[in-house]
Write a protein that binds this ligand. Sequence first.
Ligand SMILES: N[C@@H](CCC[C@H](N)C(=O)O)C(=O)O
Length: 284
Amino acid sequence: MNSFHFTKMHGLGNNYIYVNMFEEDLPEEQLSEIARKVSDLYTGIGSDGMILICPSETAPVKMRVFNNDGSEAKNCGNGLRCVAKYVYENRIVNEPVFDIETLGGHVRAEITRVDQDMVKQVKVNMGQPRLQPVELPLIGFEKEVINEPVLFDGTELFMTAVSMGNPHAVFFVDDIEKAPLTTLGPVIEKDPMFPEWVNAEFVEIITEVEMHFRVWERGSGITQACGTGACAAAVAAVLNGQAKRDTDITVHLAGGDLIINWSDSGDVYMTGPAETICTGQFFL
Ligand SMILES: N[C@@H](CCC[C@H](N)C(=O)O)C(=O)O
């Protein structure tokens, strides 16, 4: 294998190189290295990482996510919408509602808008948020972490910790433009309290149903959007009394908007767009 076909797709600017593993065969031991290579802006294609669209034994399709540093993540909200678009348009699935296996559990995708045979919008039942520290994992805390003061590089921030299959640390700020994204984002990401590192999100509440959001992603740095992060932010807002359950919340990310709803059933729903950028052949 010295080349493979890819599709570059994005959800609100959060862009990945997608490889159809129903047709391609990338060696397991080289996946991290290939993710780093394709993601390189100068010598590769340039992306936030690589996502594999794989056969599954328990669902019509399985998603595997690699950040642009080569680390493998257990979930990716924007990736899920793009995978749903890909498998539906390419007739790997033929029904508009189907399950996707991830390393963080199964989720259910629903194709909610199609325009001239192109999927434009997908809604995903992301499942229940997990709040116990052991589920992130997060060490040094026994119980759910909701608005707890923590020092990062000498700065006190109030943290709410949420797992959406992957780990998130959410911080509320008064002004999103002044959030310490570039300075504290990388510090929070690799703080020893997170043995598997963490995605760091800053959130400015506008109203009970609207918030601004910026992310420093584990393994990728600043990205335009993070679907699981937006879910975690909405859950954190509810836990902190800043938003309501079973209500659509508009999350304004750098790349556009997502609608998040933490339903009374306990599941979190994410609705948003998915776009194809280009297809090509990558030479290793
Ligand atoms: N961009 C994603 C999340 C990708 C994985 C994340 N960086 C991690 O390591 O957990 C999203 O849209 O959720």
